[in-house]
Design a protein around this ligand. Structure first.
Ligand code: HEC
Length: 566
């Protein structure tokens, strides 16, 4: 039991206790393991686990409860209007395919195996109801620099690593935002000289998007398992084409065209646990063939973080795939003795993770055909969501979601170039040589070895897709020269912070291709108050005419920022 987190709700005697459920006896202890590995990243199980609400609602008392019943969580409209009762049968159906049962739900974790579902549901049945936290509505706090009220286009931010607070300096907040419709009078702000306009609404949870060489825009609608393609008219208000390019994919997120240049032959897609490619000729609005598998399996586990981005090296010889961790801080990974650690590091990249975190929390690489063995390119990167190759240097960069539970201003997310064979700290260290108090003394051998990332981003911002603004853009709405080569990144917004942060798009200014450690707000205004937002940016891409396009998966919208000079 010592490998499991302190908040374990089950007494040890349950280790041999089986609950009868259906035809076979359900194994509660196995259900608990499954919960810790696949659900605990987002769901608190019971009262003495950390916050009442996380990325998902607390599940204490879920069996028999009405759906979307907690007042301390911002459910999707889909789940709010589903009016279900979570009987064991309903949970079984939900967990076998949440979006099939409740189209539009934000809950995307699938438990494919019926026996696993039975065990998990039996475990859920042991969780006692917990009172709704009034935290979100009642909290008042002194404003801090990272709070959304301080956001404004052009406002610069620099996270001083020497000035990071101590772990647990503030309590771990459970403050997931509720999504509301755009309030009357709410407007987005962009820097002077730019104009932002709504291009499209009614998308279904649009996530990452990428611009094809011919200017068509490909958007991953992850929870629907599909890729949409848009063709924008000149000068552009509404798309002139809007079709589903491919569907029946498994949690698609990352997209990349290959080979580089005006005539790609394939579009690569990062699924939840595989990479596939579909033949693609410029101008295709529908897939002309079924997906072909490039990488059969990324990792042995799929719980927890679920976005896989894909990118190719400039010379076209390498495929990079980002694979986030299954857990917050490797709670269930299992411990190794110093000897075992030494053996592990001899045969693997030093600092890479094992057990159910094997080939997780890292960036993997193979060749574009998927023939070269899949190896860890860089380790200790908790959840690299966005990947991008810097056009001027060919370096791989990523944006990363760092860990939760240590307080309001820990641990900063980051955007950084990624060193081959680099170790970035997770789960033992963060932002260089800061040891995680929950993994204390486990890896003295790694002290001082974690690379300090280039641009720390306000903790809990949830940094998602990132893109480089190309050096050569000819469109009439192209951004001024000062923006060329800079990074734009979407910050989805916080749940583990008292004062809301994120839900904006930032620009990371680079000098001669190098980060200065600073970033500035570019699009702000989605936050209504500490509890509510009307948009959560996920994807950023530069359209053929130089405008920046942004997806928001809370209200299903697509935005366009054009330079007008006015
Ligand atoms: C990446 C985060 C994430 C993971 C991992 C996750 N969930 Fe969820 N879950 C959510 C979100 C977000 C919602 C709310 C969905 C909505 O509002 O549409 C949710 C909703 C639910 C609900 C409905 C709750 C209610 O109050 O109606 C159940 C049941 C549930 N999840 C069970 C699970 C189980 C069991 C697992 C593990 C197999 C799991 N979830 C894994 C994010 C997650």
């Amino acid at each position: 039991m010592r490998h499991l987190p302190r908040f374990l709700p089950l007494p040890i005697f349950l280790a041999s206790f089986l609950v009868a459920s259906g035809a076979r006896a359900a194994d509660v202890v196995h259900g608990q393991q499954l919960f810790l590995q696949n659900c605990a990243l987002c769901h608190a199980g019971n009262a003495d686990s950390h916050p009442a609400a996380g990325q998902g609602p607390a599940l204490g008392g879920i069996v028999g409860r009405a759906s979307a019943a907690r007042t301390d969580f911002g459910y999707s409209k889909a789940l709010q209007t589903a009016h279900l009762t979570w009987t064991p049968d309903a949970l079984d159906q939900f967990l076998s395919g949440p979006t099939a049962m409740v189209p539009g739900t934000n809950m995307v974790a699938v438990v494919a195996n019926a026996g696993d579902r039975a065990d998990l549901i039996a475990f859920l049945g042991t969780l006692k109801p917990t009172p709704d936290s009034r935290y979100m509505v009642s909290v008042t706090h002194a404003r801090t620099p990272g709070d959304w009220q301080n956001d404004a286009p052009g406002q610069t931010h620099r996270i001083d690593l020497a000035g990071l607070p101590a772990p647990f300096a503030t309590r771990s907040a459970g403050n997931a935002p509720r999504t509301v419709d755009q309030p009357a009078g709410a407007r987005l702000s962009v820097p002077v000289g730019f104009k932002i306009s709504l291009l499209l609404s009614n998308l279904s949870g649009p996530r990452l998007l990428r611009t094809a060489p011919n200017g068509d825009i490909f958007i991953a609608e992850t929870r629907e398992g599909r890729i949409r393609v848009l063709r924008l008219g000149a000068g552009t208000s509404a798309p002139v084409e809007n079709t589903v390019f491919a569907d029946h994919l498994d949690g698609p997120f990352g997209l990349a065209f290959y080979p580089a240049g005006p005539k790609p032959q394939w579009i690569y897609i990062g699924n939840l646990n595989s990479v596939v490619r579909i033949p693609y000729a410029s101008g295709d609005l529908h897939a002309t063939a079924a997906p072909e598998t490039v990488v059969q399996q990324l990792a042995e586990t799929t719980g927890g973080h679920s976005t896989r981005d894909v990118a190719f090296s400039l010379d076209g010889t390498r495929l990079f795939i980002s694979v986030g961790s299954g857990s917050n801080v490797a709670e269930t990974m299992g411990r190794k003795s110093p000897d075992e650690v030494r053996d592990w590091d001899r045969s693997h990249l030093a600092g890479s993770t094992w057990g159910n975190e094997l080939q997780r929390a890292d960036i993997l690489t193979t060749d574009p055909e998927g023939k070269a063995p899949l190896t860890v390119y860089a380790a200790g990167i908790r959840n690299a969501v966005g990947l991008a190759i810097q056009p001027s240097t060919g370096l791989l960069w990523c944006s990363t979601n760092e860990r939760d539970g240590l307080g309001d201003d820990l641990v900063p997310d980051y955007i950084t170039h990624v060193e081959e064979k680099g170790y970035y700290g997770w789960p033992w260290y963060y932002l260089g040589n800061h040891e995680d108090p929950r993994r204390m003394n486990e890896r003295p051998d790694l002290a001082g070895k974690a690379i300090v990332p280039d641009v720390p981003v306000q903790s809990h911002s949830a940094s998602l897709q990132m893109t480089f603004y190309p050096a050569q853009v000819t469109g009439k709405t192209a951004f001024p020269a000062a923006y060329r080569g800079d990074i734009f990144a979407a910050l989805h917004g916080s749940w583990n912070r008292t004062g809301r942060t994120g839900s904006k798009v930032i620009r990371v200014h680079l000098q001669d291709g190098k980060a200065t450690g600073e970033y500035e707000d570019f699009v702000t205004g989605f936050v209504v108050d500490d509890g509510h937002v009307w948009g959560r940016p996920v994807g950023v891409t530069v359209a053929g005419d130089g405008a920046l396009l942004i997806t928001d998966d809370a209200n299903g919208t697509l935005w366009r920022v054009a330079y007008t000079g006015k």
